[in-house]
Every structure is written in structure tokens, then in C-alpha cells.
Write a protein that binds this ligand. Structure first.
Ligand SMILES: Cc1cc2nc3c(=O)[nH]c(=O)nc-3n(C[C@H](O)[C@H](O)[C@H](O)COP(=O)(O)O)c2cc1C
Length: 337
């Protein structure tokens, strides 16, 4: 955006917020009060810093600055931007509604109205359309999300996850793999805000990219190398951040249930370690199995891979690669039953 336009927008009461890392500005997003609604304006993330949760972190931060319903406008052709807001719980307004809102809240030429869309957050939909808040509704689709917990790029977990996801796809089920090291996120801070808000509102970070993927995926693969007899710090932090899916009562100790339960969610878990002795894998499998079961997943199988140390060494083990492929395939097939 040219400096002149930026000054104009600031004068027009758009407050810009930035996401900085090591002194570099990686993303910006503006917020503008327009009376009965708040607008999100001018959201940009540097191209090299995309897909790290920076946009989601900024959006969540800005959402918490207002109690009002939020609208966001973007280009009709910007499918990636539309997908981003949809992932974050926003819904596209009908053409008629959009035209009315653009004329009321934005100062843009008529031509631009035609080429734009408007998305609204659940609070807006609830207030204007009498719709139930969908932000916490959960309806899994028959797809599978694979989560890798290794810090090592092209390591053994990466290789195994890739083969598992190929097996999933071979069974004609959609698959997506995420390496936690690529996501900018923190461990749970125990603020307990999720008890009231029914989603994680205590931390603004890349986990908010993963939450919709988790809720929408009926199948889940968790894969972690053993680090000191347990899952890696990435996998542990990820699992702790699933705390917001629990519903607790007011007893002490609190009774609980899971918002992911009763939806035929299925999972497989995989651990890989250097040593050949079962004892040296420690609690890696249990550290994934127990929390997933508590969240309402049926663990259909577990795979323990022993005796693999060097980066990507598992590639030489054709039998293990075939096992991983078939495990992914079986998880995919199990979703049909
Ligand atoms: C910090 C650290 C701790 C580890 N602790 C164990 C362990 O307790 N038991 C074991 O058998 N291997 C252990 N290993 C070895 C890894 O589990 C093994 O190299 C594995 O293949 C790494 O998988 P990756 O390539 O997916 O990262 C450790 C490795 C690291 C870096």
C-alpha cells in the first residue's frame, strides 16, 4: 500500500497492528470501528512467512479488541483469503447482503463492490441472521490429518508420515500432513479461559490454524520420535493445547467430557526410536494414546518403530515403509464403517 493511502487509512481511524519476530515486521492487520460493527482491514503477511499462523494470530488478537460483530471485505478472486477467514469461523455473506454492507460501512467505488465479497464472524451471523453460533460446532468430514512431532526435517517421522498419507490417499480419502515444527505455537498456559469460551482464547498463535483442521478431520495420525522416553516437546505442547476441547463441570476434581467424543473419530499413533529395546521407547505411545482416548478417539492401531537413528534411515527399511503405507490405508478404510 502506498504511504499516502496508508496515512489516509490511519486518518480514517484504521488502527494497524503488527506481528514482529526478531525485529522484523512479518504481518499487519487493521481494525476499524464503524459504529455497530467492526471491520478488519488490510491484512497482509509477508509471503515467506505465510502458513505459520501469523494471520490467525493477528486476527484472533484483533477479535479480542472488540465486542462488536466483525466484517471483513476482500476480493472475490482472493480464494486463499476467503479460505483463511472461513477456516477461522467466518461465513460469506450473500451478494445482496454484501452489497448493502459494503455501501454502508466501506467507502469504495461501485465497481469495487462488484469484485468484492464480505465475510462475517459468527457473532455477526448470530446477531443479524438469528443463526446459532457455529464457532464451536464440530462436524467431522471423512478426511485424515497427520501430525508429525519431530524437530528434524526429512527425519524418520517425516518419511513415515509421508508413506502413511500416501496410503490414505490410495484409499481415496483426503489427507493433509502437518509438521508441528512449521507452526508457530506455544504450550498451554493453563489460563482456563477455554472452559468459558469453548475455544482457546488465552493464546493467539498458529494452533488456531490447526483447530479447524482437527475438528473437521474424522481421522487423525499422531507421529512422534522418542525423546527421552517420551514424545517430543512439540507433540506434548500440541496435545496440551487440545485441552480446549474438554467440557468440565464445577466439581473438584472436575468431571469432564470431550466435545470431540461420540463422532466416530479414529486415530493411529506411531513412535520411532533409536534403541531396539522396548523399554527405551518409554512412554511415547502412551503419551499419545491416553490423551487421544480421553478426547474421544478410537485408536485403531499403534506402530512402534525401533532401531532407527540417522536422519531418514527408515527409508532403507522397505518393510517398515510398507507397514506405514498400509496403516494409513487401513485408517482411511476404517472411516467408512
Ligand atoms: C533429544 C533426543 C532424545 C532422544 N531420546 C531417545 C530415547 O529416549 N530413546 C531412544 O531409543 N531414542 C532416543 N532418541 C533418538 C530418536 O528417537 C531417533 O533418532 C529417531 O529416529 C528420531 O526420529 P526423527 O528423525 O523423526 O526425528 C533421542 C533423540 C533426541 C534428539
Amino acid at each position: 500500500m502506498p504511504a499516502e493511502e496508508l496515512s489516509h487509512e490511519i486518518e480514517d481511524d484504521v488502527d494497524f497492528w503488527g506481528f514482529e519476530k526478531e525485529g522484523r515486521l512479518l504481518g499487519v492487520m487493521g481494525i476499524q470501528d464503524r459504529g455497530d460493527v467492526t471491520l478488519i482491514r488490510h491484512a497482509y503477511v509477508r509471503s515467506r512467512s505465510r502458513k505459520q499462523g501469523i494471520g490467525a494470530a493477528l486476527l484472533l488478537y484483533l477479535e479480542r479488541l472488540t465486542e462488536k460483530p466483525i466484517l471483513v471485505g476482500t476480493w472475490k478472486d482472493a480464494s486463499w483469503a476467503i479460505a483463511f477467514y472461513e477456516k477461522n469461523g467466518y461465513i460469506l455473506l450473500s451478494d445482496e447482503e454484501k452489497n448493502r454492507r459494503l455501501r454502508k460501512y466501506w467507502s469504495i467505488p461501485e465497481r469495487q463492490i462488484e469484485t468484492s465479497v464480505v465475510l462475517a464472524n459468527p457473532k455477526w451471523a448470530e446477531a443479524r441472521l438469528g443463526m446459532k453460533n457455529k464457532s464451536t460446532s464440530i462436524c467431522p468430514e471423512g478426511k485424515i490429518l497427520g501430525i508429525g512431532g519431530s524437530p528434524r526435517i526429512h527425519g524418520n517421522s517425516d518419511v513415515l508420515l509421508k508413506h502413511m498419507l500416501s496410503g490414505v490417499q490410495q484409499a481415496d480419502v483426503r489427507a493433509e500432513g502437518i509438521q508441528l515444527r512449521d507452526i508457530h505455537f506455544q504450550p498451554c498456559i493453563g489460563c482456563e479461559k477455554c472452559r468459558k469460551d469453548k475455544r482457546c482464547t488465552g493464546i493467539n498463535d498458529g494452533m488456531h490454524l490447526l483447530y479447524p483442521k482437527i475438528t473437521k478431520s474424522q481421522g487423525l495420525i499422531l507421529l512422534s520420535p522418542t525423546h527421552n522416553y517420551n514424545v517430543t516437546a512439540w507433540m506434548k505442547a500440541f496435545i496440551d493445547r487440545l485441552y480446549c476441547f474438554y467440557k468440565f463441570d464445577d466439581q473438584r476434581p472436575r468431571g469432564w467430557s470431550s466435545r470431540l467424543a461420540g463422532q466416530k473419530r479414529k486415530a493411529v499413533i506411531v513412535a520411532v526410536c533409536e534403541q531396539k529395546n522396548k523399554k527405551d521407547m518409554g512412554f511415547t505411545i502412551e503419551a499419545m494414546r491416553l490423551p487421544l482416548e480421553a478426547l474421544g478417539y478410537e485408536i485403531i492401531e499403534e506402530l512402534r518403530v525401533f532401531g532407527i537413528f540417522d536422519r531418514g534411515a527408515v527409508k532403507k527399511d522397505d518393510q517398515m515403509l510398507a507397514k506405514a503405507f498400509n496403516l494409513g490405508r487401513r485408517l482411511a478404510i476404517s472411516l467408512r464403517s
